[in-house]
Design a protein around this ligand. Sequence first.
Ligand code: ATP
Ligand code: MG
Length: 234
Amino acid sequence: MKIDPRPSVIEERLKNVKRIIAVTGWKGGIGKSVTACSLALLLAKKGYRTGLFDLDFAGASDHIILGSKNIFPGEKKGLEPPVLAGVKFMSVVFFSENKAVPLRGANVSDAIIELLAITQWGELDFLVLDMPPGINDAALDVMRFARRAEVLAVTTPSVIARSVLDRSLLLYRSLKAPVLGVVVNMARGAASKGSSARLRLDPGLEAALGRPAALLKTAFCRDLSGALEILKLK
Ligand SMILES: Nc1ncnc2c1ncn2[C@@H]1O[C@H](COP(=O)(O)OP(=O)(O)OP(=O)(O)O)[C@@H](O)[C@H]1O
Ligand SMILES: [Mg+2]
């Protein structure tokens, strides 16, 4: 029987991370990445030791949202994430040099698992995972290997996105992954209720991308900040 040592290596690597938050949502382009980046920035600003890991091989975008330039992980018994705006940041883009990565499903899974196994996060209060759209091998592997991950599901008010959301929640329930709450992004009003956070469509968001300090001042970030309590992230 072949024994895979990676689950125990990943567990060891993540043992000093108090909470792992997987920002997911099966539809594309609904704001998972801006939510993940903004959440990491907000938590770091509140003084929490925070990490952010962009796991989207095909569409890595957190480096654009955070404006990362000329930074690269250091190497010391594994990879040490560089720190950006107070957040320890790791991205698949560090290894793809902004080129398209022509990997097939199993190889994407392997690469993600490898990165989870070799990244030295050290002591963190929160590790935010920016998940790729859809549910594929890679996404399932992350949930399998980062067993403690709590799901923050992003959707939009559209009936289409909500029906996809409902299906995703059924799967997370069957995987026994705790669902922290739902972010309804690009909403008309920002009155959050229950465990559902509503983030307004913010015409000022685009101009703030690439500048963490400006991003933190957007209405989008203010809405997210106001919803941290109901999402049990405080
Ligand atoms: N509330 C909002 N107001 C204005 N623009 C927004 C809002 N949310 C997201 N956007 C914009 O929508 C675009 C898509 O956002 P983002 O990349 O975060 O989505 P995603 O779900 O991560 O996409 P993908 O599925 O490709 O990973 C970005 O240009 C982002 O700035
Ligand atoms: Mg994204």
